[in-house]
Design a protein around this ligand. Structure first.
Ligand code: OXD
Ligand code: MN
Length: 586
């Protein structure tokens, strides 16, 4: 129940349309959570894991055709198609409403309709935004409880007169033929039908905090980005904050929780967020970032004490696992976890594991856990004003072309660098894995409007913010001729972060190339690392001929945005082409 008339009216309308048996206003309390969990244990949608080794941890097995985001079924429904842009699927809003209303009609008969008021961002922050998700899935409620600030306090925020984003979600029949994730930015509305998977169903996350928020951010002068936020503390106790955008399943969670190598005594990384950053120009002329989320919805496979010890120490209790495998004594298990593979496993679909059926855990299996459980969780993570950003890092998964790290020459070149990000696709979305695609600012699946306008907005931020962060590009995934990764990655990425922090403080050197400023081999601190000088040189190489081909591909990609492509980006393409040609001819 609520005193907010608009909210009360919307709930009445949706209840009339979907016809649930019960309506449950989620208060977010422990009691409520215990009752919902008991219900899910009883109906089999949750399985309790080994209480001794993993207290209060649960496994959820989703429908086998509902395991990832569905980009081909995700739409941005603006009045003018051009506002959604080539980067989004589009449907005319009235047609989308007709289609969805048909699917929603009576869809909650026999079910409970949960109403979840939520807040994205810390309580008391001027940058936090509210939403209300209606859902017929108790699993969604349990996940939202971890990922966002939900319940009574969020409702009070809305009742105090703050605006809210409306999100209507029903799992429907979990039929992939009747699955739609629709966004109506002009109505601050999200409609999701037919999927229970995180990115499709936890509407505060990708749908609100990225697609709708990016639209709002453009009109209000801030940025909503697919970025982790971390703090790097040096041995003198100074902390610099960076925000980094990588496509899904490219190691944002690992980087956000990095443990520096032994040779970096006195350095520490603090985790503010692992997936989404809202960046606002602050009164001091810097960009300040908050993490709108309260939890991590991370990819399990590959996570181990070697790749991410802080994460392993986070997910041992109070965690919901989705689509992982389990051992005989009901401990969660996935490919890449520490230890030997047990002889007997139950796979993610509940069958005795047979390697002929593929991996035991789904490659996009996940954990949902409160950020506050992370040993490296930053004491500043709930600061209402956020943290000041010194550097923005873009990156992709590229076996070739992109060097380990380079710095953009200035903000406009940084925007070009972000806009040109390309990456090999992963299991986080349905579709072929390993194909190189352009993923500007890692926002291809998440930008709620035309990329041309989005880049113009980024360029505009450069004109309004007086103390801009420096912009960098990294690639941890470069491979040699034998297909082996050349850079050790994980904790050793600290070596690259150190160079980045030193560049921000004008304490490190670099060489100029047309594509950006690249460290000399001796600018990267390799103390304690076994890496041949040839490998390091290869990691930092910038081949003009390869880059001529790359820039030609970028030019072609930019061309698909026609007249919405900002002049500032066209000018960058032309400058780099000219300089590369001069270098090749020399
Ligand atoms: C995520 C994703 O879940 O990007 O964060 O797919
Ligand atoms: Mn993500």
């Amino acid at each position: 129940m609520t005193t907010n008339k608009a909210l009360a009216q919307w709930i009445t309308e949706i209840a009339a349309l979907t016809q649930p048996d019960h309506i449950h206003w989620v208060d977010g309390s422990d009691d409520e959570s215990a009752r919902l969990t008991d219900g899910m244990l009883a109906d089999g949608s949750l399985i309790r894991l080994n209480e001794r080794t993993h207290p209060n941890c649960f496994l959820h097995r989703s429908a086998s055709n509902d395991v990832a985001r569905v980009e081909h079924l995700t739409f941005v429904c603006t009045r003018d198609k051009a506002d959604a842009g080539e980067n989004n699927n589009w449907m005319e809003p009235a047609e989308a409403h007709r289609l969805l209303d048909g699917l929603y009609a009576g869809c909650m008969r026999g079910r409970t309709m949960y109403v979840i008021p939520y807040l994205m961002g810390p309580y008391g922050s001027p940058y936090s935004r509210a939403g209300v998700e209606i859902t017929d899935s108790a699993y969604v409620v349990a996940n939202m409880r971890i990922m966002a600030r939900i319940g009574t306090q969020a409702l009070a925020h809305i009742e105090a007169g703050n605006s809210f984003v409306k999100g209507l979600h029903s799992i429907g029949q979990l039929d992939p033929e009747q699955r739609y994730i629709m966004h109506f930015p002009e109505e601050l509305l999200i409609n999701s039908f037919g999927s229970g998977y995180g990115g499709n169903a936890l509407l505060g996350k990708k749908c609100h905090a990225l697609r709708i928020a990016s639209w709002q951010a453009r009109t209000e002068g801030w940025l909503a980005e697919h970025m982790l936020i971390l703090g790097i503390e040096d041995p003198q106790g100074n902390t610099s904050y960076v925000a980094a955008a990588f496509p899904s399943a490219c190691g944002k969670t690992n980087l956000a929780m990095l443990v520096p190598p032994a040779a970096f005594a006195g350095w520490k990384v603090w985790t503010v967020g692992d997936d989404i950053a809202w960046l606002h120009p602050g009164p001091d002329g810097r960009l300040w970032a908050i993490n709108p989320e309260a939890g991590f919805f991370g990819v399990a496979p590959g996570t181990s004490l070697k790749t991410n010890p802080n994460c392993m120490r986070t997910i041992g209790r109070n965690t919901i696992y989705t689509n992982v495998a389990v051992t005989e004594d009901l401990q969660p298990w996935w490919e890449g976890i520490d230890g030997d593979k047990p002889a007997k496993l139950t796979d993610w679909q509940g069958r005795p594991h047979d390697p002929a059926n593929g991996p035991a855990a789904h490659p996009n299996s996940r954990f949902t856990v409160a950020a506050a459980q992370c040993p490296s969780y930053s004491p500043q993570a709930n600061a209402p004003e956020g943290v000041p950003i010194s550097a923005i890092i873009f990156g992709g998964r590229r076996s070739t072309v992109a060097p380990l790290v380079f710095e953009a020459l200035d903000w406009a070149h940084g925007v070009f660098t972000g806009a040109a990000v390309a990456s090999e696709t992963t299991a986080a979305a349905v579709g072929q894995v390993g194909q190189v695609r352009r993923d500007p600012m890692a926002m291809k699946p998440f930008c709620g409007y035309n990329f041309g306008d989005y880049w113009a907005h980024w360029l505009g931020v450069g004109e309004r913010v007086t103390r801009l962060p420096k912009v960098f590009h990294v690639n941890w995934f470069r491979k040699d001729a034998d297909g082996k990764f050349m850079w050790p990655g994980y904790g050793d990425n600290m070596r690259v972060l150190k160079w980045i922090v030193e560049r921000c403080e004008d304490r490190a050197d670099a060489r100029h190339t047309p594509v950006g400023l690249v460290p000399h081999a001796n600018d990267i601190d390799v103390t304690g690392l076994t890496l041949s000088p040839q490998t390091l040189d290869a990691l930092l190489a910038m081949d003009p001929e390869i880059w001529q081909r790359e820039v030609a591909a970028i030019r072609e990609f930019f061309g698909t945005f026609g007249s919405r492509l900002p002049e500032g980006l066209r000018a960058q393409v032309e400058r780099i082409e000219r300089e590369l040609e001069r270098q090749r001819a020399a």
